[in-house]
Design a protein around this ligand. Sequence first.
Ligand SMILES: Cc1cc2nc3c(=O)[nH]c(=O)nc-3n(C[C@H](O)[C@H](O)[C@H](O)COP(=O)(O)O)c2cc1C
Length: 197
Amino acid sequence: MMTTACCKNEAPKEKGALEVIKARTSIRSFTGEKLTEEQINTLLDAAMAAPTAVDIRPWRFIVITDDEIKAGLYQGEVHKKMVTTAGAVIVVCGETTRMVKPHDAEEGVEMVERPNKYWFEDCSAATENLLLAATALDLGAVWLSCYPTERIVERIRAYLDIPANVTPLAIVPVGVPAEQPEPKDKWNPDNIHYDRW
Ligand SMILES: Cc1cc2nc3c(=O)[nH]c(=O)nc-3n(C[C@H](O)[C@H](O)[C@H](O)COP(=O)(O)O)c2cc1C
């Protein structure tokens, strides 16, 4: 349970998990206020609490607080300008391969590189956790796409010195919201089938 201070004489209001899930909405305008180290660590801790196939935990994060580096992330692409006013930008990356000892290895056999088959799913779950944690902290955030658009992936890789076996999945600006859009109600019974399609 996260708590948020509201009014001076009232006890802090607790936000339950379902309330946070329903309150999350994409925030694309920020005040420019910096985040504290504690806030950033809370966001990263939530991201790393995500489920992960075979408990591989392929997520890697680049936390950008430097204004110049943030500004360089924006290169005229639609929707990406908000990275410049976010308190921090967290680039969620996935390690797409790892070095393992082969099962049938003889003595002295080298490690082999194996794909992290579920890196995309694991890192998507981590990204959603990050967005939810931002909401729980009364911060705003938005998932900006990177992977699978090769052009953006390669630009971000080059700009942030990301190694070849790591792929940037999402760019997540987080900050104090400068807008208060209503969360969308996406409940749609047409999307649901019971027992069979
Ligand atoms: C994989 C993915 C990529 C997205 N990429 C962008 C993006 O590049 N720019 C942007 O403004 N929003 C982006 N979004 C946010 C969506 O536009 C947003 O989630 C959607 O409109 C629903 O609104 P809501 O998040 O407020 O519920 C992305 C969301 C996802 C899940």
